[in-house]
Design a protein around this ligand. Structure first.
Ligand SMILES: *[C@@H]1O[C@H](CO)[C@@H](O)[C@H](O)[C@H]1NC(C)=O
Ligand SMILES: *[C@@H]1O[C@H](CO)[C@@H](O)[C@H](O)[C@H]1NC(C)=O
Ligand SMILES: *[C@@H]1O[C@H](CO)[C@@H](O)[C@H](O)[C@H]1NC(C)=O
Ligand SMILES: *[C@@H]1O[C@H](CO)[C@@H](O)[C@H](O)[C@H]1NC(C)=O
Ligand SMILES: *[C@@H]1O[C@H](CO)[C@@H](O)[C@H](O)[C@H]1NC(C)=O
Ligand SMILES: *[C@@H]1O[C@H](CO)[C@@H](O)[C@H](O)[C@H]1NC(C)=O
Ligand SMILES: *[C@@H]1O[C@H](CO)[C@@H](O)[C@H](O)[C@H]1NC(C)=O
Ligand SMILES: *[C@@H]1O[C@H](CO)[C@@H](O)[C@H](O)[C@H]1NC(C)=O
Length: 884
């Protein structure tokens, strides 16, 4: 009380002074009660970048950042402090270090005039609503619950979305803000709030309710109190509902215009009761498990503008009745099990259509009248069809910005040049049979993917519009200089960030033209026939995050100039003829270094230990000698397994679409070569096999608790396996074969429950193989070549054994299930994922999906924001598109 009195006094004196000086007069003076409430709020906030620095008692609180007052009453009506974050480009972690964190203390009773509250996209960790204070409610009888003080709030708009680390256990407090009209709690973890629906239905004037990605599980099927009478928009996408569409949905006010339930696991057929929602303008049910036919009564929604049914299990044909939806702007039905023939009747009245996404798996069969002129002009078109010729109506569409025709084995018959050099935002013609000569082509779209076709001739040229070009897996030949040394670009106009021309027949050197392409972030020239040295000018690529030069015939030393590539995360020169010392300067922030199968010599530089983010350290099959450095325990990512929880992925925003291009590496682990992309960031691997390493394995190496795969085979290592190996709880693959290691195999290794591959063969180990565990479950070839070893699975008895007890063949018991750790599953899918899975679009994992959605989604401006998803591009899989 004293402090607030003295605050009054100071402010009063200050205002008085201003009045005396008379130079300035305020129209608005901050209400002291509001100021007090704001300062209370500020107390809970941690503000690393000084967002609230203007919130000083010297200043009128109506002038504080984010605060707005009513002109007449001077009461605080708006508090708007959303955090602005930038789109990440090479990580799926959004940098929020400048955002507000700490806790939100709100006393809604104090903020009695506050109407608009936006704290979205910050990093708040807790929220506290002060218990209703007895003074305000004193005239209400003592036995009442808090709910009877509801009229103290006038808050209409409340946006708390995308505080992704915020967990809220109960939404009980919502009932005290009964004035709420718009509420957005997206991406807040609400999985512990089972009664969320009851809490939100207590809000009598709610019109916008957005709870995307809240980890909600229960969508109470029937609920008599789901009586939202004023609801216009309901967005519960990206939760964990696995029921049928709830019955209460069909009882919602007939005024509802938007229903978004995508990215759940909803089951069953679409019930006809949906027709109760007569005023629907937008219905998005993508990425669920809905089945049955696409009902023809959907054609009765006269006002429907957006219909998204993609990525479900709908079967049958696309009903021609959908051609009656004359208001329709966006239609997406791809990635279902739809069959049947598509003709102009399906589109008869769709004169407003701008976005059409259909097809893939199985490809659609087109039967269009060749004279048909569609009533629409599309902006986004995506389909795959049972080729080979594009329907003639396609050529009437002259406004397309996003075009994707994939897995259709179609050919471009006429005017190949014109077709592929169209200027669009996105041109994706992946996996068709396009066989044109590219050498005279100038590519002009912002992002171009013509991978896995039969393109021939030299490389095309790129205009300065091009940000990404993916031409991998074709038959392009000639030198890369035709693309890189183009005169047009010598003035530094290029915007190219992403270049993948791997898996072609390109030859010649790496050229010295890199100075023209300083914007490049990702380069993949792997699996070609390139030769020569790495030119020093590559060191000018300061933005470079990924350099793949694998499987070529490059030679020489790695130039020192590459140390200027400060952003380099992945450096892959596997299978070339590089020689010289291992560079000792590689950027400390690197995540993966793959020097496998070259002729590097010298010793392993100790600098490697100063790379806290390294997760892939593959120097196998070189001529490296000397000892293994004994500082490896400084590599925190191998110790704590916490280095790269973000995907190694390149993100690019193209208009409203956010594209994701996964990085990938081929690694050898568990005795097999695997292609990792989506789950690359989960792997931790050290492979120093097939070198000339000598000395003993430093004991610190066995403290790398986070390591998954260790291969030291085919070296000249001596010494024993220390007991510390028992620490390596995450180890899944251990290959020490073909060295000169000795001693016994420590009993403690039987505690390594994830160990799925072990090879200690061809060493000098002796004694009994620890029994009764999965160690005995490995094949004899894991232990062979050690004359002193005995016991199963080897056929040699240990001296003290009796035949009957120990010679039972060891059966792999239930322990096998331990292998199904998350990582193991990861491995398997790494393998399954298509080899060409390089450039896909968006959002494999759900967390990241809504993290990105933040940038794209706005409560009011929700119109056809489109997000494209494509999980992987193996021919058997679908291309997923998700949009609304
Ligand atoms: C709630 O409304 C009632 C009637 O309008 C009024 O008497 C009471 O003071 C209000 N309570 C608060 C806390 O504003
Ligand atoms: C909905 O019904 C419940 C129980 O019948 C009632 O308590 C609540 O006030 C109602 N809500 C609205 C918004 O009408
Ligand atoms: C739907 O509303 C009707 C009447 O308004 C009511 O009788 C029925 O129980 C409600 N159904 C559900 C599932 O809430
Ligand atoms: C809708 O389309 C179907 C088939 O295309 C047609 O038979 C029906 O008459 C149409 N209904 C309306 C209301 O236009
Ligand atoms: C690779 O390039 C060399 C010349 O540099 C050539 O002789 C050889 O045939 C090429 N190999 C392939 C597979 O194109
Ligand atoms: C990993 O965890 C350790 C110990 O908690 C910490 O010192 C290190 O900074 C972390 N590394 C990263 C990249 O988060
Ligand atoms: C270890 O490396 C050797 C040679 O590089 C390879 O043959 C072996 O398969 C690898 N071991 C594992 C477990 O991957
Ligand atoms: C273990 O390594 C040796 C030598 O490389 C090899 O012959 C044997 O097949 C390997 N065993 C297993 C189980 O991979």
């Amino acid at each position: 009380m004293n402090t607030s009195l003295s605050q009054y006094a100071i402010i009063f004196a200050w205002l008085l002074m201003l009045n005396i000086v008379g130079t300035c007069s305020f129209n608005i003076h901050c209400n002291q009660k509001d100021k007090h409430a704001l300062l209370n709020f500020k107390q809970g906030v941690i503000d690393p970048s000084g967002v609230l620095s203007s919130w000083s008692t010297q200043q009128d609180c109506c002038q504080w950042k984010g605060v707005m007052c009513n002109n007449i009453t001077s009461r605080v009506t708006t508090l708007s402090l959303p955090c602005h974050t930038t789109l990440p480009t090479y990580t799926d972690k959004v940098d929020k270090s400048h955002c507000l964190t700490g806790s939100i203390h709100l006393s809604l009773v104090e903020f009695e005039f506050l109407n608009y509250l936006d704290l979205s996209n910050n990093d708040f960790l807790a929220i506290h609503f002060d218990p209703v204070d007895s003074q305000t409610c004193h005239n209400i009888s003592a036995d009442t619950t808090s709910r009877q003080c509801v009229n103290s709030s006038v808050l209409g708009y409340f946006d708390l979305s995308d505080n992704t680390n915020l967990i809220i256990d109960s939404l009980e407090w919502l009932s005290r803000i009964s004035s709420l009209d718009q509420l957005d709690l997206s991406a807040i973890d609400l999985h512990r709030e089972v009664d969320w629906l009851r809490s939100v239905t207590m809000l009598p004037s709610l019109s916008y309710l957005v709870m995307r990605g809240c980890q909600l599980e229960d969508l109470s099927p029937s609920l008599e109190y789901a009586n939202f009478t004023t609801l216009k928009l309901l967005d519960l996408s990206d939760n964990e509902f696995d029921s049928e569409l709830p019955k209460w949905l069909f009882n919602l006010s007939s005024g509802i215009t938007d229903v978004h339930l995508g990215s759940n696991s909803l089951r069953g057929q679409l019930p006809k009761a949906l027709l109760n929602l007569r005023h629907l303008e937008s219905l998005t049910l993508e990425h669920n498990k809905l089945n049955g036919p696409i009902p023809d009564w959907l054609g009765q929604f006269e006002l429907l503008q957006v219909l998204n049914l993609q990525e479900n299990m709908f079967s049958g044909s696309i009903p021609t009745n959908l051609g009656n939806l004359s208001s329709l702007i966006s239609l997406a039905v791809n990635a279902n099990q739809l069959t049947g023939v598509l003709s102009e009747r399906n589109f008869a009245k769709l004169s407003k259509l701008k976005v059409l996404i259909m097809g893939i798996s199985p490809p659609l069969i087109f039967d269009f009248d060749s004279h048909w002129v569609p009533p629409f002009q599309l902006e986004q078109l995506s389909f795959s069809f049972a080729g080979p010729n594009l329907p003639t109506w396609f050529y009437t569409q002259t406004s397309i910005d996003f075009l994707s025709i994939v897995y259709s084995s179609f050919q471009i018959e006429n005017e190949f040049h014109k077709f592929v050099s169209r200027r669009m935002i996105m041109l994706d013609l992946e996996s068709n049979s396009i066989d044109g000569d590219m050498s005279e082509v100038l590519l002009n779209s912002t992002f171009i993917i013509i991978s896995s076709n039969d393109l021939k001739g030299g490389l095309p040229r790129l205009s300065s519009n091009v940000v990404g070009a993916v031409l991998l897996n074709n038959s392009l030949s000639g030198s890369i200089s035709s693309l890189l040394c183009d005169h047009e670009m010598s003035s530094g106009k290029s915007n190219l960030k992403f270049l993948d021309i791997s898996l072609n027949n390109l030859s010649g050197g790496l050229t010295n033209c890199w100075k023209n392409w300083r914007t490049l972030m990702h380069i993949n020239l792997g699996s070609n026939n390139l030769t020569g040295q790495i030119p020093p000018s590559m060191g000018l690529l300061h933005n470079l995050t990924t350099l793949h030069l694998h499987q070529n015939k490059l030679y020489g030393e790695i130039p020192q100039s590459l140390r200027n590539c400060h952003s380099l995360l992945i450096f892959n020169v596997r299978e070339n003829n590089f020689s010289g010392n291992i560079p000792n300067w590689i950027v400390p922030s690197a995540v993966a270094i793959q020097l496998r199968s070259n002729q590097f010599s010298g010793t392993i530089p100790e600098q490697i230990c100063q790379m806290p983010s390294l997760i892939i350290f593959d120097f196998a099959d070189n001529n490296i000698s000397g000892h293994i450095p004994n500082c490896l325990h400084h590599m925190t990512s191998f110790v704590f397994n916490n280095a790269s929880k973000s995907k190694l992925t390149f993100y690019i925003a193209l208009g409203n679409i956010y594209y994701e291009c996964e990085d990938s590496l081929d690694l050898i682990t568990k005795g097999q070569g695997l292609h990792y992309n989506t789950n690359l960031h989960f792997v931790t691997l050290i492979d120093l096999s097939s070198n000339e390493l000598s000395g003993s394995i430093p004991p610190q190496m066995f403290n790398l608790v986070g390591l998954h795969s260790l291969n030291l085979s085919f070296n000249k290592l001596v010494g024993r396996i220390p007991e510390e190996i028992g620490n390596m709880k995450n180890l899944e693959s251990l290959d020490l074969s073909t060295n000169q290691l000795s001693g016994e195999i420590p009993e403690i290794m039987s505690k390594l429950t994830f160990l799925g591959y072990l090879n200690v063969s061809f060493n000098n180990f002796r004694g009994r193989i620890p029994s009764g565990t999965q160690l005995g479950g490995f094949n004899a070839s894991s232990y062979m070549g050690n004359p002193g070893l005995c016991g199963p699975p080897l056929t040699k008895y240990c001296p003290q054994d009796t035949k009957s007890e120990d010679m039972k063949p060891y059966s792999k018991d239930n322990d096998g299930s331990h292998f199904l750790s998350w990582f193991y599953i990861g491995l398997a899918s790494g393998f399954v994922t298509g080899f060409w899975g390089v450039c896909g679009t968006l959002f494999f994992n759900r967390k990241c999906r809504h993290a990105y959605f933040t940038f794209l989604y706005d409560l009011r401006d929700r119109f056809y924001v489109m997000i494209v998803t494509k999980r992987n591009l193996s021919p058997s899989s679908n291309k997923f598109l998700l949009w609304q």
